[in-house]
Write a protein of this length. Structure first.
Ligand SMILES: Cc1cc2nc3c(=O)[nH]c(=O)nc-3n(C[C@H](O)[C@H](O)[C@H](O)COP(=O)(O)OP(=O)(O)OC[C@H]3O[C@@H](n4cnc5c(N)ncnc54)[C@H](O)[C@@H]3O)c2cc1C
Length: 419
């Protein structure tokens, strides 16, 4: 159930390997694949040239690695080429369809699903799945309760996504079903979400629309938990762009764990306070008559230079020769460690992914079959795995779908789903 990226992949790969197997794909939405359509700015960042377990958080890295290996990137590219969606590479190794149209990705998946004989039923919401006792003559292990009546099936795949973008049809109902079937749900939070900053932050409103390369340091209980680099986009509400969105899940996880968390920006990625300070001293020797503001605008975008100097109450017209040691040190520190007063994130309506979900230790990574409920398979975003921005979440959907398709193909002969 769930005809998003992971459900479609599972159904296609299962039918491709065992055409005799009857596959019924149910989706609560009238038009499935809404997230594929909106993804990557409607261009769909299908995957990335280099994907490894290090691109994911949550879960357990050895399990993530095994699942990714089921369908590596090269084979994913081949698969999309085969179904008429050649991909090309862009900055950061991101792979997009040559047509730059997410609609083409979804259409090709739906076309391939139909071609291999998947029966897709839309507008059919699953409200529960109940295990049946083994006495049945039809060999169906599950009763599937849907908005359009009950079904029976030998095996069931849960591919209902997480909680992000609930209007797409992914609202966490599948997680509740997994929990009722005995699974542990690692508490969920939005992931890949923009950061809301407190009104006291002097930068974001002044800089709304400005983008720059930065490094974010996420500190938990005083120690640096992770450093992330990339583009930060200042907005009227706070900070967005890939680096802020990647940071969001770390901030939110610490919050739900009630741990002290803070995020600081370095406008000079990879540099230390002493190095930046020494740079100012050197520049003062080389260009004593140059204004502080002019010099700062060679390090950060000009609008950021103005906003930083305003926030620090430093006169940017002063020449480097007259730049006081105290102001120089304050500016150097601000450049490497500018605290972001994070007030929260924008929430599931805006988040591109969900952190948390079904505990992956309860899944066999070779087949995606539940270790607790034989015949139940779980794939995609509903698992406790979330990737960073760059095509990784879709790769997780394709790879876990492939592994499940392969696993289901190995199942002993099933009963036939019946209405
Ligand atoms: C705005 C946005 C942009 C994104 N861009 C990218 C990108 O460019 N690259 C990338 O890698 N990732 C991107 N992502 C993340 C990516 O879209 C998801 O990780 C991926 O779609 C998850 O696939 P899934 O099949 O597991 O879940 P989903 O895509 O959420 O699909 C779940 C399906 O299950 C159905 N469903 C849910 N509950 C039920 C039920 N009870 N009964 C029946 N059906 C049900 C839903 O209707 C839905 O069709 C983006 C996400 C968003 C929100």
């Amino acid at each position: 159930m769930g005809a998003g990226a992971a459900g479609l992949a599972t159904a296609i790969f299962l039918r491709r390997s065992t055409p005799a197997r009857s596959v019924l794909l149910l989706d609560g939405a009238r038009s499935p694949g809404a997230k594929i359509l909106v993804s990557g700015g409607s261009r769909c960042n299908v995957t990335n040239v280099a994907v490894s377990e290090r691109d994911f958080w949550g879960g357990r890295s050895t399990i993530v690695r095994r699942v990714l290996r089921a369908l590596p990137v090269a084979e994913t590219i081949d698969f999309f080429r085969e179904i008429g969606v050649p991909l090309h590479e862009e900055a950061g190794g991101k792979l997009f369809p040559d047509s730059n149209r997410a609609r083409d990705v979804l259409s090709a998946l739906l076309r391939e699903a139909a071609a291999v004989g998947v029966t897709l039923v839309t507008g059919c919401r699953v409200t529960d799945i109940v295990r049946r006792t083994a006495d049945t003559t039809d060999n169906a292990r599950f009763r599937i309760i849907t908005s359009r009546g009950d079904l029976r099936a030998h095996a069931v795949v849960l591919a209902t996504g997480g909680l992000s973008l609930p209007k797409s049809g992914s609202d966490g109902a599948g997680l509740a079903i997994a929990a009722r079937l005995g699974h542990t749900i690692v508490p969920t939070t939005p992931a890949l979400d923009a950061l809301r900053l407190a009104p006291s932050d002097p930068l974001h409103r002044a800089l709304s629309g400005v983008s720059q390369e930065v490094e974010l340091a996420v500190r938990i209980e005083g120690a640096i938990a992770i450093r992330l680099t990339g583009a930060l986009l200042w907005t009227h509400f706070g900070a967005s762009g890939p680096v802020a969105m990647n940071a969001s899940r770390h901030w939110l996880r610490a919050q739900i764990e009630k741990r002290d968390v803070s995020i600081a920006v370095s406008f000079c990625p990879g540099e230390q306070l002493n190095g930046v300070d020494a740079r100012w001293t050197r520049l003062a020797g080389e260009h004593p008559k140059q204004a502080v503001q002019t010099t700062l605008a060679t390090i950060v975008p000009s609008a950021v230079a103005t906003a930083l100097l305003d926030a620090l109450a430093i006169d940017g017209r002063a020449t480097l020769a007259h730049f006081s040691r105290d102001d120089r040190r304050r500016l150097s520190r601000a450049l490497v460690e500018w605290p972001l007063p994070v007030a929260g994130t924008r929430g599931y309506q805006y988040a591109e992914a969900t952190a948390g979900g079904v505990a992956v230790t309860e899944i066999d990574p070779a087949t995606m079959e539940s270790r607790l409920c034989p015949g139940l398979y779980l794939v995609g975003e509903m698992l406790d795995v979330d990737g960073r921005i760059g095509g990784f979440n879709f790769q997780w959907a394709w790879s876990s779908g492939f592994a499940a398709g392969r696993g289901l193909a190995l199942q002993p002969p099933p009963g036939i789903p019946s209405a």
